[in-house]
Design a protein around this ligand. Structure first.
Ligand SMILES: NC(=O)c1ccc[n+]([C@@H]2O[C@H](COP(=O)([O-])OP(=O)(O)OC[C@H]3O[C@@H](n4cnc5c(N)ncnc54)[C@H](O)[C@@H]3O)[C@@H](O)[C@H]2O)c1
Length: 441
C-alpha cells in the first residue's frame, strides 16, 4: 500500500498518533483538542521543567489547568517527553515552536531549524510534518523541506509536509480552539489533503488552501491587519487627545455602524508574541523581492512610539500637580501584555517600567496574574514582585498607570484611593466617583 493510503486509513480509523513539538501557548491547546477527539498524543518540549510540571499535574500557563493534562497522562492518551528520539513514533508531527526576532530584528529561524533537524534525524516513511509556527511565506518549502529531503526520503512518496497557522487567542473564553477555523495548505496536494483530514478529527471547520505559501501568507496578513489598524487608532488617539475628544467614546459610537467598520482599540504599545513580531517577518522577506512594505514599517513606528507618548502624558499630568517624574512613586497596574492572561512576552508594561526608571521614578507593579516578574528575552525585571493593591498601598503612590485592563482589578477602589490615575486602556470608564484625577493616555 502507498504511504499516503496507509496514513489516510490510520486517520480515518482514528489510529493515528499525533506528536506536538513545543508545549506552549499554542501546543498545549492542540494537545487538548486532539486528546478530546480520542487520538493519542505525544508532546515534545526541550524544556525538561515543563515536562516535569505536566507529569506532576501542573502547567506554566494559567488558563490551561494542570489536572486536565495529568488526567490524560494517566489514561495514557497523552505522553509529554523531552526525549526527541521519540519523534519517530508519531504518524503526524505538529511544530509549534517560537519564531521570535534576533538582535538585528530579523526572523530567528533557529527554533524551526533545530526542530526540523530533530525530526529529520528520525524521519520515517509515512510521517506527516506540519509547521504551525507563524513565519514568512516560503518557510515550509525553503527551510523545512530541504532538511527533510536531505534524509533521502521523498515528499509524497515517503513523507508529507504542510503548513497550518495557529490562530490561538490565549485567555479568550467565547471561542475555543476547536471552533477556530483551521487554514491548511500542503507542500503538495496530497500533503494538503492528509493534513486537512488530520485536523478534521479534532477541529470543527477546516479551510483548505492551494499551497503552504498561501497558508503562511494568510496568517501574516491577519497579524499585519491588526498591527496597522491598532497603529491607526493609536495615531488618532494622539490627535484626539490634543483636540479634547475622547477617542474611546468615538470608537464606541463608530462601531454602531453595522457594516464597513471593525473596532480596534488604542493602548500603551504592542505586546505579545504575534503582533509586534510577525509583520516584520514579512518585511524581511519582502526585501528579497525588492518591494517595500511601507504600511508595516509605519505601523511598527507608530506602535513602538506609544510607550514614550504615555510617559509624556504621565509627566504632564504629574507636572499639573507640581510634581516631577524624578523621585515620584509610580504603580504600573498590569504587567501582562493583555487582559486576563499571565503572558509578559513583549509586554509594553515592561518598556513603561524601564522608561519610568530611566527618568528617576520609583516604580512598582501590581498584576493579579503575575506574582513575580518572569524572565524575558530582552528585559530583566525579575527582581520585581507584584505589590498589594489596597486603599492604603494606593495612597503611597503619586501616580497609578493602568497598562493592562485585567478584569480582576477593582477600578472603582483604585480611583477612590489614588491621587492620579493615568489610564491607557479606558479601564476606568465605569468609575463613578474618583477621588483624584483620571487622565487618559
Ligand atoms: N501565543 C499565541 O497567542 C500565538 C498565537 C498564534 C500563533 N502563535 C505562534 O505559535 C508559535 C509558538 O508560540 P507559543 O506562544 O506557543 O510559544 P511558547 O514559547 O509558549 O511555546 C513554545 C515551546 O516550544 C519549546 N521549544 C523551543 N524549541 C524547541 C525544540 N527545538 N524542540 C521542542 N520544543 C521546543 C519551548 O520550550 C516552549 O515550551 C510561534 O510561532 C507563535 O508566533 C502564537
Amino acid at each position: 500500500m502507498k504511504a499516503s493510503q496507509l496514513l489516510r486509513k490510520k486517520i480515518a480509523d482514528r489510529e493515528v498518533t499525533v506528536g506536538v513539538v513545543g508545549l506552549g501557548y499554542v501546543g498545549l491547546p492542540l494537545v487538548r483538542e486532539f486528546c478530546n477527539s480520542g487520538v493519542r498524543v505525544i508532546g515534545f518540549d526541550i524544556d525538561q521543567q515543563k515536562v516535569r510540571m505536566l507529569k506532576a499535574g501542573q502547567t506554566y500557563i494559567e488558563h490551561l489547568p494542570g489536572p486536565f493534562f495529568q488526567g490524560l497522562i494517566r489514561k495514557r492518551q497523552f505522553s509529554p517527553t523531552a526525549d526527541m528520539k521519540e519523534l519517530s513514533r508519531p504518524d503526524a508531527i505538529l511544530i509549534c515552536v517560537p519564531t521570535p526576532l534576533d538582535k538585528m530584528r530579523q526572523p530567528d529561524m533557529s527554533y524551526i531549524r533545530n526542530t526540523t533537524a530533530d525530526i529529520a534525524a528520525r524521519l520515517r516513511r509515512g510521517q506527516l510534518i506540519i509547521l504551525e509556527s507563524t513565519t514568512y511565506p516560503g518557510t515550509t518549502r525553503e527551510v523545512v523541506k530541504p532538511m527533510l529531503d536531505a534524509t533521502g526520503l521523498r515528499l509524497d512518496r515517503d513523507y508529507f509536509l504542510a503548513f497550518s497557522p495557529e490562530r490561538e487567542d490565549p485567555g479568550r473564553s467565547d471561542i475555543t480552539t476547536r471552533q477556530i477555523p483551521k487554514v491548511v495548505g500542503g507542500a503538495s496536494p496530497t500533503s494538503g489533503r492528509l493534513a486537512a483530514a488530520l485536523y478534521g478529527l479534532a477541529l470543527e471547520r477546516i479551510v483548505p488552501v492551494s499551497s503552504c505559501e498561501v497558508a503562511e501568507a494568510c496568517k501574516i496578513v491577519e497579524n499585519v491587519y491588526r498591527s496597522i489598524n491598532i497603529a491607526l487608532v493609536n495615531e488618532l488617539k494622539m490627535l484626539f487627545d490634543r483636540m479634547g475628544i475622547d477617542v474611546w467614546e468615538v470608537i464606541e459610537a463608530a462601531k454602531t455602524k453595522p457594516f464597513g467598520y471593525q473596532p480596534f482599540y488604542p493602548g500603551p504599545g504592542l505586546g505579545g508574541h504575534c503582533i509586534p513580531i510577525d509583520p516584520l517577518y514579512l518585511s524581511w522577506k519582502a526585501r528579497q523581492y525588492g518591494r517595500p512594505t511601507r504600511f508595516i514599517e509605519l505601523a511598527a513606528e507608530i506602535n513602538t512610539f506609544m510607550p514614550e507618548y504615555v510617559i509624556t502624558r504621565l509627566m504632564e499630568a504629574l507636572n499639573e500637580s507640581g510634581k516631577s517624574l524624578k523621585g515620584s512613586r509610580v504603580l504600573v497596574l498590569g504587567l501582562a501584555y493583555k487582559k486576563d492572561v499571565d503572558d509578559v512576552r513583549e509586554s509594553p508594561s515592561v518598556t513603561l517600567i524601564e522608561l519610568l526608571q530611566q527618568r528617576g521614578a520609583k516604580v512598582d507593579y501590581h498584576d493579579p496574574h503575575i506574582p513575580v516578574a518572569k524572565p524575558m528575552r530582552e528585559h530583566n525585571i525579575t527582581y520585581m514582585k507584584s505589590q498589594p493593591l489596597t486603599p492604603a498601598s494606593l495612597r503611597k503612590y503619586d501616580c497609578v498607570l493602568i497598562a493592562t485592563d485585567h478584569s480582576r482589578v477593582d477600578y472603582e477602589m483604585v480611583c477612590r484611593n489614588a491621587t492620579l490615575v493615568v489610564d491607557t486602556r479606558n479601564a476606568t470608564r465605569h468609575v463613578k466617583r474618583p477621588t483624584g484625577r483620571i487622565v487618559r493616555a
